[in-house]
Ligand binder design. Structure first.
Ligand SMILES: *Cc1c(COP(=O)(O)O)cnc(C)c1O
Length: 399
């Protein structure tokens, strides 16, 4: 006998669109507080000199927060420029209606890519004479000037002109008629290390090298060219790193990259990671939980099954090391985190039900779990935790 398929047996016409709008909070999601971003930017800007500008770094989809949302609130808070990593990130932001200058922090090296950047009014980062020449040719082709930022390497050994050739090459670049140098910058490699205020630290040496180069090409007082060096850590270290602009990511999202933090700086995390309890079961003492059965109960145990796993961006190596908050109480996660689900020991709780919302990151009552804590426990850095969250988690704006 053939069993009729459900969609053949029932006439769903009686229930139009009932399946069209799946609740973004149906399973697991990220809540983003735009006003926290705005406040953080405002507060960070209050540490800058009057004429120093703030570039909001929104690469990797705004460190997982949603680049467009972050950009809008950062601009409200006073950010005057935006930084992205890729051409696509830049185009997406531009076509979503963002009007501020957008700098691509990654490298574009083909004529086609640079042409696309030019067409979309995106500023490329230029690290060589070769790329500079391509930009000049594009500008010439359109009878315009191609706006760009030059980058010089002062110790990161990533992108940028080699510092000892830069002065010579800059002389050539100055003669290019179809480019407009909007900025010159460098990037710090170790500003978040404890010794960064020590005059002999690599951070201070990078700063001195950068200043020396600027002096030699005689642009340190030329305000038509924006000079910038600092990331979040550099910005928080000292005014010496500010120049004409700072490029801030992590601290704008509410986390300090420095161990020693200015007590007057009250950064507010903008991200909450929340999840629904999908199922509840009670198991006996001596029973294994999850793959490998490595966690074995030592008492009769009530488990909440949460709809989130490593395919959502929760590092699997946090298995058994984290807590989850419900109604101002912490509950331990137990057993291996699986691809799509994880288990939490809620023994003793009568208030947690199927459909209850638990908090993995963020605050609830006086309990807070920070990505910094996850980073330490999974042996990585908070930047990686934030940008690991997958598109499977809807981003929901809250105030
Ligand atoms: C990512 C990035 C930043 C921002 O760094 P944070 O430490 O998150 O503030 C600044 N500049 C460049 C070139 C970057 O790639």
């Amino acid at each position: 006998m053939q069993i009729p398929q459900a969609n053949k047996r029932f006439n769903f016409d009686k229930y139009p669109n009932f399946d069209k709008d799946i609740d973004p909070k149906q399973r697991a999601w990220i809540e983003v507080n735009g006003e926290a971003i705005e406040k953080n930017v405002r507060q960070l800007r209050s540490k800058l000199g009057k004429s120093c500008q703030f570039m909001a770094v929104v690469k990797a989809d705004g460190y997982g927060h949603d680049a467009k949302l972050v950009s809008d609130y950062a601009v409200k808070g006073g950010a005057s420029e935006l930084g992205v990593a890729t051409l696509k990130e830049g185009i997406k932001l531009r076509s979503s209606g963002v009007k501020k200058p957008i700098l691509i922090l990654g490298n574009l090296y083909t004529k086609k890519d640079l042409m696309i950047a030019f067409k979309n009014d995106l500023l490329p980062t230029i690290s060589s004479l070769r790329e500079c020449l391509i930009c000049n040719n594009i500008g010439k082709q359109f009878g315009l000037k191609f706006s760009l930022h030059l980058k010089v390497d002062t110790g990161m050994s990533r992108l940028g002109f080699e510092s000892d050739k830069f002065i010579q090459e800059f002389e050539k670049i100055k003669s290019f008629e179809n480019i407009s140098i909007e900025g010159i910058y460098s990037h710090l490699s170790s500003a978040d290390e404890d010794n960064s205020l020590d005059p002999k630290s690599s951070t201070q040496l990078q700063r001195l090298k950068f200043r020396e180069l600027l002096k030699q090409i005689n642009v340190d007082n030329n305000h038509n060219i924006k000079i910038h060096l600092a990331n979040s850590a550099g910005m928080l270290l000292s005014k010496d790193f500010h120049f004409h602009m700072v490029r801030v990511g992590l601290s704008m999202y509410g986390y300090s990259p420095l161990a020693k933090i200015d007590k007057n700086l009250l950064l507010k995390p903008a991200l909450f990671l929340k999840v629904k309890v999908a199922f509840i079961r009670t198991i006996d003492k001596g029973v294994g939980v999850s793959y490998g059965g490595k966690f074995v109960t030592c008492r009769k145990t009530k488990l909440a099954i949460l709809s989130i796993g490593y395919a959502d961006g929760v590092p699997r190596n946090l298995s058994g090391k984290i807590n989850v908050i419900y109604n101002n109480k912490l509950y331990p996660q137990v057993g291996s985190i699986t691809m799509d689900q994880m288990m939490v020991d809620i023994t003793g709780s009568t208030e947690i039900r199927i459909g209850s919302t638990m908090v993995l990151l963020g605050s609830d009552g006086d309990k807070t779990i920070s990505p910094l804590e996850w980073a330490i426990k999974s042996n990585t850095i908070p930047w990686e935790i934030l940008c690991s969250f997958k598109n499977r988690l809807p981003r929901v704006q809250v105030d």
